[in-house]
Design a binder for this molecule. Structure first.
Ligand code: FES
Length: 341
């Protein structure tokens, strides 16, 4: 097969384009994303800049040579090796961050201070939003205030989003967010954010997952578990959910239902020691509970969904038991890095 090379200007990388294949088709085959709509040379949204080489364009028909020729990626085929510049080109696996206005479809108080908020994203193609299980979004208020929340729903749910939001009355920001969500028909959000996520297609068969969720950190874990279950993922998943008090838990027995219906899922709730509590289950802190149950971490991925204090305590405890730092994923490492030892 007669292949040509397309160098992608500014990205220090190149792809091959097959004989007769359009530049857009070659880019998409390699996992890149760019602006495109009609795919027929009509809308011109896929216009790119030809910096080196020569192409033949099916529609509008013609031959174009570099430098600086504007060509349409959806109808152009390569007559030589090329170098092109494509504004806004997304690398494979990287999702575009977008702002969208969502309809607030449901608000429900799940316990004494946590609300479940359901959002419906708009349908138009130009607003289509993708995210990975475990990523978060920013809620953007008209006042300019914004706050981050894990997405509790799985990407497999399409345009339906779920958030678990704890209302902290003494926090002005928290009250402003809750007040807006409870009293308005729509809200602007920005997503996806965060690099702590899982993809069922990327998970190795022999990897087990240990997920440590503190308080509403459960939202991030819920998205991951539901995504993996929706994709018939059968690797062991061990969920640990920690709370200060038993009444801080919410969503009744949803995680126990996962464990009941899927033999590869286990669920453990852990409540901080409290003499006044009527809690009959396990007590203690999440890192200690996990280390009681696991003594080695080969082929294990640990997810830390909670405060920096919990995540770093978990990291230290697991590293002492032989886990490597790169086996623990958490958003904490990005927003609250600690100095290297
Ligand atoms: S996608 Fe419309 S002209 Fe290429």
């Amino acid at each position: 097969m007669n292949e040509r090379i397309i160098a992608l200007d500014g990205l220090h990388t190149s792809i091959s384009v097959r004989s007769g294949e359009t530049l857009l088709a070659a880019l998409e085959r390699c996992g890149y994303k760019m602006r495109r709509s009609c795919r027929n040379g009509v809308c011109e949204i896929c216009q790119i800049t030809l910096l080196e080489g020569e192409v033949e364009q099916r529609y509008p028909a013609g031959r174009f040579q570099a430098p600086q020729s504007a060509i349409l990626a959806c109808t152009a085929t390569a007559l030589s090796d090329l170098r092109v510049y494509i504004e806004g080109l997304q690398m494979p696996g990287v999702l575009a961050v977008k702002k969208v206005i969502c309809e607030i479809t449901e608000t429900e108080k799940l316990n004494h201070d946590v609300y479940r908020i359901r959002l419906h994203m708009p349908a138009t193609a130009s607003h289509a939003v993708e995210y990975y299980a475990g990523q978060y979004l920013n809620v953007l208020l008209p006042t300019g205030k914004q706050a981050s929340f894990s997405i509790a729903s799985a990407p497999d749910m399409g345009r339906e989003l779920e958030l678990h939001i704890r209302h902290i009355p003494e926090s002005e920001m928290s009250s402003a967010i809750v007040d807006h969500l409870l009293n308005n028909p729509s809200v602007e959000i920005e997503l996806p954010r965060g690099d702590c996520y899982v993809q069922a297609t990327e998970m190795k068969d022999d990897t087990q997952l240990i997920m440590a969720a503190a308080s509403t950190g459960f939202a991030q874990v819920k998205s991951m578990v539901e995504h993996l279950l929706a994709n018939q993922h059968h690797n062991p998943i061990h969920v640990y959910w920690g709370a200060r008090n038993a009444d801080d838990f919410y969503l009744a027995d949803l995680p126990e239902q996962w464990a009941h219906e899927h033999s590869h899922v286990t669920m453990t709730r852990v409540v901080e020691p409290d003499a006044a509590s009527a809690w009959q289950g396990r007590t203690g802190l999440l890192p200690a509970a996990i280390l009681e149950d696991f003594t080695e971490f080969d082929n294990t991925l640990v997810i830390g969904a909670g405060s920096p204090g919990m995540v770093y305590a978990l990291l230290d405890a697991c590293e002492a038991a032989g886990m490597k730092e790169e086996q623990l994923k958490s958003d904490v490492f990005a927003y609250a890095p600690r100095p290297k030892k």
